[in-house]
Ligand binder design. Structure first.
Ligand SMILES: NC(=O)c1ccc[n+]([C@@H]2O[C@H](COP(=O)([O-])OP(=O)(O)OC[C@H]3O[C@@H](n4cnc5c(N)ncnc54)[C@H](O)[C@@H]3O)[C@@H](O)[C@H]2O)c1
Length: 419
């Protein structure tokens, strides 16, 4: 079996992590059990470009149990848990190409290794495999039945490609399923972003002025958690609807130009570029901290920060670089501007990834069953799958809910009743 990982001797620690996460992923485990009997992906080559974490390990185990031949590479150079990668290779017989901290050249070498596997189904978190299949590897695009996209940034790019009529195969916007973004982006990113920042800085959240850029699913979750821990939260937005929502949720809303002078800690969660830039760094307080939890490391304009600095001291703490500006003030950049929750903490807790990855697994089964009906466009996850995942999650939590009575079904579907 081919693989390229940091150190196979790390496997015992990784195995413990994978099995610990599995306890909190009962929905995925129940799907794995069924897949092991029914083998819905029998003989299918699958390549996944996802954050190589314990939760992802349980997804790829599920795909393997379904009969797929799976290869995994990283969707971010800093998010790989090397012990998990080692255990996947040693204990679970899954090919992994991923080393934490790999440079750009190795990162792409690993992506190409995943494509050399000749996948008929791909999984992306940020559209890296799909991008290569539309640029450098177009000859391999023809065999792809469908590709799953896990994150907002990836879905935005793929919808743009679809709009131009340039998609070469069907793509499933798994991120846009309610069973994914309502929980994963909001509660998963919300909590784990706080976790990453605390692990990197050991800061007390209470009393800090925290500026949250972007009040989308991730931003809402993060702002909510910071407020709960006693921070003074300021939100910046470009969308008037989201801005009003933030106001009515009790947050201060203002432009970044103003917030930059006030904040102690700035976190970008927008999927946009240069949200924090030169004009903002210049007016920040001494010892302001900046971090990003959006998909790419372009939300903070790091080249501009570097240009403004007379000195950069790397690693003043693990995951903290100190930029000493020419005006004498210091700015601390966390995790080189990469996803702070994955670089400095462990990413989303398993319990929330249970829903995202259960949706992914069921969707893989769906695209194989419906391969002939799918066209090269972006599809939403069918509501049946979403409902199934949520119902299984409730069941695993021991929660039951009411059912509509026949009378209520009629009332809710009739026109003019109740007048
Ligand atoms: N860290 C993680 O583990 C993780 C998990 C899920 C998603 N993501 C990524 O986080 C990012 C946000 O995802 P989301 O689901 O919250 O997206 P979203 O579309 O729900 O929210 C993004 C928000 O940012 C706002 N925005 C855009 N440009 C802005 C700017 N210049 N200033 C202020 N606000 C701006 C938008 O108006 C929108 O409200 C994406 O890149 C996504 O891929 C990260």
């Amino acid at each position: 079996m081919k693989a390229d990982i940091a150190d196979i001797k790390l496997a015992p620690g990784g195995r413990k992590r994978i099995l610990w996460a599995d306890h909190d992923m009962p929905v995925l485990a129940s799907i794995r059990e069924r897949f092991a009997k029914q083998k819905p992906l029998a003989g299918k080559n699958v390549s996944a470009c996802l954050h190589v974490t314990a939760e992802t390990a349980n997804l790829v185990r599920t795909l393997k149990a379904a009969g797929a031949n799976v290869v995994l590479c990283a969707s971010n150079p800093l998010s790989t848990q090397d012990d998990v990668a080692a255990s996947l290779v040693k204990d679970f017989g899954i090919s992994v190409f991923s080393i934490c901290g790999e440079n750009r050249k190795t990162y792409y070498k690993h992506i190409y290794a995943a494509l050399d596997h000749k996948p008929v189904i791909t999984f992306d978190d940020g559209a890296d495999l799909v991008t290569e299949l539309h640029t450098t590897r177009t000859k391999d695009a023809g065999r792809v039945i469908a590709s799953m996209e896990e994150t907002t940034t990836g879905v935005i790019r793929l919808r743009a490609l679809d709009k131009q009529g340039k998609l070469k195969f069907p793509v499933i916007a798994v991120n846009d399923a309610a069973s994914k973004h309502l929980f994963d982006n909001r509660y998963g990113t919300g909590q784990s972003t706080v976790d990453g920042i605390i692990r990197a800085t050991d800061y007390l959240v209470a009393g800090k002025k925290i500026v949250v850029a972007g009040y989308g699913w991730c931003g809402r979750g993060f702002a909510m958690r910071c407020k709960g821990m006693g921070a003074v939260v300021i939100v910046t937005e470009v969308d008037p609807i989201k801005a009003i929502e933030a106001c009515m949720d009790g947050f201060d809303v203002m432009p970044m130009g103003k917030a930059a002078r006030i904040g102690d800690l700035f976190v970008t969660l927008t999927g946009d570029k240069h949200v924090l830039r030169r004009e903002h760094f210049r007016v920040m307080k001494d010892r302001a901290v900046v971090a990003n939890s959006g998909h790419f490391n372009v939300e903070i304009d790091i080249p501009a920060l570097t240009k403004l600095s007379k000195k950069v001291i790397r690693g003043v703490r693990n995951h903290v670089d100190e930029y000493v500006l020419k005006n004498g003030r210091r700015i601390y950049l966390l995790a080189e501007g990469r996803l702070i929750n994955l670089a400095a903490a462990e990413g989303h807790p398993a319990s929330v990834m249970d829903m995202s990855f259960a949706t992914q697994a069921l969707e893989a089964e769906y695209v194989v069953k419906n391969a002939r009906l799918l066209k090269p466009v972006v599809y939403d996850v069918p509501i049946k799958i979403e409902n199934k995942v949520c119902a299984l999650k409730l069941k695993s939590m021991g929660i039951t809910i009411d059912k509509l009575t026949p009378e209520q079904i009629e009332y809710l579907s009739a026109f003019g009743e109740g007048t």
